[in-house]
Design a binder for this molecule. Sequence first.
Ligand code: HEM
Length: 105
Amino acid sequence: MVIPNLDSVLYDPEVWGDPDTFRPERFIGPDGKLIRYEEFIPFSTGRRVCLGESLARMELFLYLAAMIQHFRFLPPEDGQMPSLEGILGVICSPKPFTFRAVPRL
Ligand code: HEM
């Protein structure tokens, strides 16, 4: 079995500059439009590209938009932000963290 290391591209400092910094605005150009980087390949690329990509993108958009519409997401009372260091496995998953979801009225 061959498991490609997509992180070598998704975290390539030559492409992203500061890949470990949470800076989603890196995907928005000065004209306010979405920048599409060919190096952004969370669903892989080529012949083995994810067959569920459009479904996953749509579900993620609907789920996140609904959550953000209904809640404000804040750090816990102690102000401790989640670590951006992942747990490395076949996929990289987040370390356990806590946060507050405050309903928007
Ligand atoms: C955020 C969600 C998802 C991510 C990040 C993701 C990512 C990936 C990646 C990176 C691969 C390539 C694996 C390889 O190296 O061979 C893959 C393959 C695949 N994914 Fe996804 N996937 C997601 C959701 C889904 C969903 C929702 C479905 C189906 C409903 C799906 C179906 C598949 C299938 C069938 C393949 C195998 C394609 C092939 O080898 O021909 N994925 N996915």
